[in-house]
Design a protein around this ligand. Sequence first.
Ligand code: GTP
Ligand code: MG
Ligand code: ZN
Length: 296
Amino acid sequence: MPRGIILKGIGSFYYVKIQETNTVIECRARGRFRKDSIIPMVGDHVEVKLSEHDALKGSIEAILPRVTCLVRPPVANVDQVVTVLSIRSPEPNLLLLDKIILAAEFEGLDVVVCFNKIDLDENRSYEKLSQIYLSAGYDVICASARNGEGIEQLRDSLKDKVTAFAGPSGVGKSSLLNAVDPRFSLKTGEISKKIERGKHTTRHVELLQLKEGGYVVDTPGFSSFELAAVPAKEMDRFFREFGEYIPLCRFRGCSHTSEPGCAVIDAVEQGKIFSSRYQSYLQFYSQRKNVKEWEK
Ligand SMILES: Nc1nc2c(ncn2[C@@H]2O[C@H](COP(=O)(O)OP(=O)(O)OP(=O)(O)O)[C@@H](O)[C@H]2O)c(=O)[nH]1
Ligand SMILES: [Mg+2]
Ligand SMILES: [Zn+2]
């Protein structure tokens, strides 16, 4: 049975790209999936039975096991998240960025941090920001969808992977993707000048094929993002740059919030860990610690 990948779903139809032939066919899902409450998702690898009457139609007969399953956007088998912030309009929100990174780390996804709109950055403040995330262990791309800076690097990092773009509304996710490949022709929006809050211009979920190989998903922006359900005690594992210091803490199970002999706190004081990252840790830690037993 031919295999393929679901590129998008509209109503009860799914558009599946068949591997061998590279054609996209329109499929219905077999009723059985709904009964098992498994609903096909964009990004799913599926087995398809082709229609005998119409070469461009078929039905989804099986969904192969999902390696990852992202909730926002709802896409299966994503390898990596590119989290986008803009240097200006809207201003960068590092707490939100750290929240997205935490969620991606928790899901086991690779993370690329992208600062967009550097054409608006007269005092090159992106250099300081990129230092924070480079030293935390992430790939950082400073880009301008407007003048093309950083787009080649972005294109390279997407090759042969399934990547979801995430970040607040108006930071330029769709614009960056259009710069990567103008054929995407994604809708981009003007930011509302009055409140500096982007209007949502991206709605549906679709895997877009890259010429170089791989897929990208444009995601509608958000202003808030739910904190990943990481137990407070395990939170430190998901802050990569804490890793080398955790074993040096005086107490095993150190929460790195106030303990004496905490090597993480020392590293923050010595400027080896950036304080904005540590502040995000403290906030996430206490938020998760206050979760009631029954809410977990
Ligand atoms: N100066 C400048 N403006 C940009 C750049 N990239 C995007 N913009 C502008 O920022 C606005 C928002 O861009 P979008 O690409 O729609 O942002 P988005 O992140 O996709 O927004 P949502 O789809 O709402 O989440 C548009 O007016 C773009 O023209 C850039 O690199 N420099
Ligand atoms: Mg968009
Ligand atoms: Zn500690």
